[in-house]
Design a protein around this ligand. Structure first.
Ligand code: SAM
Length: 286
């Protein structure tokens, strides 16, 4: 990809942007690689994109190069802001740079238009928390998310029932969107290299009416069931059932499941039925 800006290594050296471990900083400096990642967002000519954790801006440049109508950056580490402002100058009117925390920002307050996409090489320590935040958003405001995770986390997001990585993260994610790994990235592609491989996950919200919206209930029953994954539902769901007026067996039967089954054999629809049963057996507040 060609853009009017200097190589990222020069930008990093000029602004003295050594990676900080505490902020989970591992940079992608190969603009061909970041261009490939940005391409998974599809046509962005009418999109407002948001990127959390742009760092020195490798993915940022690729998103703008791919033609996003507008891009908002959310970066917590103020050291990067001058380098990011230089990118803004090269793409007049198309980039907004915010010094803010991705965990607390209200994305819809800083974005406009109908077509909103998320792209991010997420800091590993906050990646899944941000994912859950975006899954819980109601109404769902994003058309697509293209996100980098540790390979092991990416496997847990896309796992089908029966897979050893299948669990709470797969069930919560796939209850809201389709999820696929579109690219694997070796550790050496980053500066400095992390200890593990990464993968890019593409997430598209399911159509209205197909998304499961009570993620609090789903989170509770999956946490209980997979907290003791070797036990049968009869045993492992006792904790979730204790928060309701129903017995564990009643909850399981209401969901149409077998008390002797184990969590890893229950498909996503089964867990959604369990979440619905849990919710209806919750004592109503007076
Ligand atoms: N996207 C850049 C790249 O691909 O080269 C940098 C990726 S680096 C793994 C993660 C970036 O996220 C860092 O710039 C870090 O400062 C930033 N970051 C960490 N926690 C954050 C948070 N809670 N909100 C916003 N940015 C954060």
């Amino acid at each position: 990809m060609t853009d009017p800006l200097p190589p990222l290594r020069d930008v990093i050296a000029r602004h003295d942007l050594a990676a900080k471990k505490s902020f989970g900083q591992h940079f992608l400096l190969d603009l061909n690689l970041t261009a490939k990642i940005a391409s998974f967002a599809g046509d962005m000519s009418d999109s407002h994109a948001i990127e959390i954790g742009p760092g020195p801006g490798g993915l940022t440049r690729a998103i703008l190069g791919a033609g996003a109508r507008h891009l908002t950056l959310v970066e917590k580490d103020a050291r990067f802001l001058p380098a990011l402002e230089e990118i803004s100058a090269a793409y007049p009117g198309r980039l907004t740079v915010l010094e803010a925390d991705g965990l607390t920002i209200d994305e819809t307050a800083v974005m406009s238009g109908e077509d909103r996409v998320i792209l991010s090489n997420l800091p590993y320590n906050v990646g899944t928390i941000l994912l859950i935040k975006w899954l819980q958003a109601q109404p769902i405001w994003w058309r697509r998310a293209v996100l980098m995770f540790q390979r092991e986390v990416a496997d847990r997001i896309v796992a089908p029932v029966g897979d050893k990585a299948y669990g709470r993260l797969a069930i919560l994610t796939q209850s809201v969107c389709s999820a696929q790994i579109v690219m694997k990235i070796p550790a050496q592609a980053f500066t400095p290299p992390p200890k593990v491989e990464s993968a890019v996950v593409m997430l598209d919200p399911l159509p209205d009416g197909q998304r499961f919206t009570d993620l609090q209930a789903l989170g509770t029953v999956t946490a209980s069931a997979f907290g003791q994954r070797r036990k049968t539902l009869r045993r492992s769901l006792a904790q979730a059932a204790s928060q309701t007026t129903a017995s564990t067996e009643d909850l399981i039967m209401a969901a149409g499941l077998e008390p002797g089954a184990r969590a890893e054999t229950i498909d996503i629809a089964g867990f959604q039925a369990l979440a619905t049963a849990w919710r209806s057996a919750r004592p109503t507040r007076t």
